[in-house]
Ligand binder design. Structure first.
Ligand SMILES: C[S@@+](CC[C@H](N)C(=O)[O-])C[C@H]1O[C@@H](n2cnc3c(N)ncnc32)[C@H](O)[C@@H]1O
Length: 222
């Protein structure tokens, strides 16, 4: 009798390997045309509004995919100093091309390891839909908040969004997608709860705020 299939152990690699050129071509329609409004019940407009509130003239964005949110948000200056960071070279290529009007710098790095950027580099960091791709619990993922605090100038703001796996109401489509994506290792958030996000942010930042919209936690910390 064949041995039962082992569940895939999520790794840093599986969380970003999905972002091939062909997947990135479909990303905006799939994620922001279908999944965000219907499955996670948090529209792109809500996310862009969070950018509009917090994005600054010296901004670092981490986990960029196609760069759609940065493309649609309003920077406070016409020519922001923009750095794009991602582990996946296809995401960096797609986002930097889309945002070429800002001549962004690209930086390839794993957000869970030291970022290799100077301390006090930026006034704002965007981290949208990245935490739920990372392996481990929210307590394990909190190391990215430490790295973010170091990269921020005093008074700078980290802001972002992540899909919570537990403790919020999920519709049927959300339950199905969470099960499949967590089994495949492209998401790792079955245990991600609002209280753990609060705890992780409290451990690093002096002030933070989290709002839940559908299955998604929107956060800001400084
Ligand atoms: C779901 S997309 C989010 C894209 C965009 N921020 C948005 O909200 O539409 C996740 C992105 O995070 C990147 N990523 C995943 N794991 C990473 C890691 N460990 N370090 C850096 N980037 C990572 C992926 O390559 C991908 O570009």
């Amino acid at each position: 009798m064949p041995a039962p299939a082992k569940p895939r152990v999520p790794s840093v690699h599986t969380g970003q390997a999905l972002y091939t050129r062909s997947f990135l071509r479909a990303y905006d329609t799939l994620v922001y045309g279908v999944n965000s409004p219907l499955t996670w019940r948090c529209t792109k407009d809500r996310l862009v509004a969070l950018y509009d509130r917090h994005v600054s003239r010296r901004h670092l964005d981490i986990g960029v995919a196609t760069g759609v949110l940065l493309d649609e948000c309003r920077f406070p200056v016409p020519m922001p100093d923009l750095t794009l960071m991602d582990l996946n070279p296809h995401s960096l290529a797609a986002a930097s091309h889309r945002l070429r009007r800002y001549a962004p710098r690209v930086h390839r790095a794993d957000v869970l390891r030291p970022w290799g950027l100077p301390d006090g580099l930026v006034d704002s960091i965007g981290m949208f839909h990245l935490l739920h791709c990372l392996p481990g619990t929210l307590a394990d993922k909190a190391v990215v908040f430490e790295h973010a605090r170091r990269a921020l100038l005093p008074g700078g703001t980290l802001f972002g969004a992540t899909i919570l796996g537990a403790g919020v109401r999920h519709n049927r489509s959300a339950r199905w997608q969470l099960a499949v994506a967590n089994r495949r290792g492209v998401m790792c958030n079955r245990q991600d709860r609002l209280e753990d996000l609060h705890a992780a942010l409290t451990g690093v930042f002096t002030d933070h705020e989290v709002t839940v919209v559908g299955s998604v936690a929107l956060f800001r910390a400084c």
